[in-house]
Design a protein around this ligand. Sequence first.
Ligand code: ZN
Ligand code: ZN
Length: 305
Amino acid sequence: MNPPQITLFSTPLVSTWVFDETHRILFDAGDGVTALLDSRIHKMRLAAITHTHRDHCAGLMQLLNLRGGAGDFTAVYPEGSGSARAFANFLTHFDSRSTGKVRWHPLGAGETLAIEPDRHFLRGFATNHYPPAGNSRPRSLGYQIVRQVDKVKQEFRQLPQQELDALRLEHGRAYIIETIEDILFTITGDTMPLDPACFRGSRVLMHECTFLEEAEKEEMEERGHPHSCLEEVLEIARAAEVGWLGLYHVSRRYEDEHVLSRVRERCAKIGLACPVSVALPGRLYEDLFAHTVWQGTGAETSKRG
Ligand SMILES: [Zn+2]
Ligand SMILES: [Zn+2]
């Protein structure tokens, strides 16, 4: 299966937004998202905000002003975010004909929202981007697109069709079938590294990668910027055995060529099996996964078919 078609722009502190055109979902809405996507905003059905740092949501007002009026648009935000609630409240009252028609949907960690097509869900997971607060509800979320699939249970898979049919007739469908999750896409938003178990089985992982070196990350952490660095992200992708890795939210401090060569070098060092694509800051990408920086050692697809 090909990765989804991802259009994005991501410069930390300035603007980040990631449009999954395949699933018609916008993740974050940094400044300029409406101007750059233009009429394609009408293909969107949902915007999911990871957190309310302004570079991730400053473009929401204009987007919802132009897109919300149709009355079929949902905006999802972390339920523990007071700023997101205040912003939703403001936009609801600001203009009843446009932003006021948006359905606002607070989401908790582990909670899901049904999306199209049938049996597809958007699910939130807690990320680590703010100092721990008094309440346990997350102020920042990452998101997954999950599809439920029915499969014949492991113990029956070798049986000929005839015997399967007989079992189904005798015991009912639920006896031979189990429902499993196919995680089509995961996006982290801004976060410190999380347990790789959060991403296990994900076909595609979009992970923030603000820093290239561990030392820089530590220096920034002291100034209150909890982010991830390249080495950690690649380790996570390897441990979680994701099918494809997309890096974004890369600091502007690096030269493009330096980013790309560092990624290749680090991938080679750990022998990362999956292909890797990188969204360099300050650039608009129309189909991120059509650009591969590292092919992966798994000899899987190196290009979208
Ligand atoms: Zn950010
Ligand atoms: Zn942030």
